[in-house]
Design a protein around this ligand. Sequence first.
Ligand SMILES: Nc1ncnc2c1ncn2[C@@H]1O[C@H](COP(=O)(O)OP(=O)(O)OP(=O)(O)O)[C@@H](O)[C@H]1O
Length: 261
Amino acid sequence: MLELQDISVVFHPDTIHEKKALSHVNLQIQQGDFVTIIGSNGAGKSTLFQTISGAILPAQGHIYLNHQDITNLKEYKRSRFIGRLFQNPLKGTAPTMTIEENLALAGCQGHYFKLKPVSHLQRQQMKEALKELGLGLEKRMDTKVGVLSGGQRQALSLLMATYAKPQLLLLDEHTAALDPQTAKTVLDLTANIVRKNQMTTLMITHNMEDAIQYGQKIIIMSEGRILDFIDEKRKQNLTVEDLIHLYTQHTHDYHDHILLQ
Ligand SMILES: Nc1ncnc2c1ncn2[C@@H]1O[C@H](COP(=O)(O)OP(=O)(O)OP(=O)(O)O)[C@@H](O)[C@H]1O
């Protein structure tokens, strides 16, 4: 279970550039939940992920993962049990290394100094995992990752981010840079891997259809706050129109509330 208690993040505090990117965020995500996050540009979605993964330390609040307080744990230590995927397919892989070498790296997440030659058994396991992507990459283990297409590379990044079976998976618009067909392939792969491994997953998306289709629950964010958490019951029969309406309603209500203060 992931729990955020009263998390606030402030960039450039006590300067004229001060920016409160997260404001008193409280959140509970149950083990195995696949939750999608929507919100306008600048809502604080990526900051939320950076805070959970340890790239940013909050100004206040606590983060617990499976009841362990990870609020002050270093990012590289969290990477042992938090997998991340970004919009840019170039971010999740090492281009000058082969597919096999990249997967070997993924297998030692957070323990790079332990990188050892790949055994026959490990190579077979990598091939099996690649085969499940259905892109033929298992036949190209010695190919340098830099020559793969964006979609192939993002599918490989997905495999790498989930290879060590993380306790938590953070997907930051990981299909936004792909063409619609490839995006669908990578999203379906994501859903399969998440379901098979019962991985607790948060996915940021600007695509309302994807938010509904893939998320069991949906978070609506605006201006550094969580304005709504739509649970499974409320999500039943929710349409894109309903979600847009809810989002608009919440942001209007929030602005009215601010004006009245
Ligand atoms: N390093 C930083 N320094 C100062 N301000 C920042 C920094 N990173 C983010 N911000 C600001 O914090 C706010 C939240 O940014 P964030 O990137 O989390 O939004 P987002 O919801 O992910 O937006 P998008 O959908 O555009 O990616 C924005 O106003 C942004 O300008």
